[in-house]
Design a protein around this ligand. Structure first.
Ligand SMILES: [Zn+2]
Length: 131
């Protein structure tokens, strides 16, 4: 199933990932804390525990965000030459917010895609056994 073949009531991928919407009912129930999934949807009961998103996006996001922040810090340093405390005040919160925000959106996106594609451990084996 792709984005154009959604069933009724399912939110679009990007708004759902951005706001942590349940892929089945569209309620804002996906996250229990900032980056931790809830056990299940409080509205429709969809079990979030059965999806295995893993830590795949964390390393890539940290490297990408780190590269962007470093480039911005170098630009600020070379053009404005601010004192060290300005760098600390700017880049520490921005780095944390960027990594956490990107991690939250990417984890939500992976969970939504797993739900839409009915992906899971052993699903390829099950499909072959059905034939
Ligand atoms: Zn739901």
């Amino acid at each position: 199933m792709n984005d154009t073949q959604q069933t009724k009531g399912q939110p679009d991928l990007f708004p759902a990932a951005l706001f942590g919407l349940c892929p089945r009912c569209g309620q804002k129930t996906m996250f229990a804390s900032v980056t931790r999934f809830a056990d299940r949807c409080r509205a429709c009961g969809l079990d979030y525990d059965r999806f295995n998103v893993g830590d795949g996006p964390a390393a890539f996001l940290t490297l990408i965000v780190g590269g962007v922040i470093l480039a911005l810090a170098l630009l600020v340093e070379l053009n404005l030459d601010p004192p060290l405390w300005v760098h600390i005040l700017l880049w520490v919160p921005l780095t944390v917010a960027s990594v956490v925000g990107a991690l939250r959106v990417s984890k939500a996106m992976l969970l939504i895609l797993e739900h839409r594609n009915q992906a899971g451990e052993g699903s390829i084996d099950r499909d072959e056994a059905d034939q």
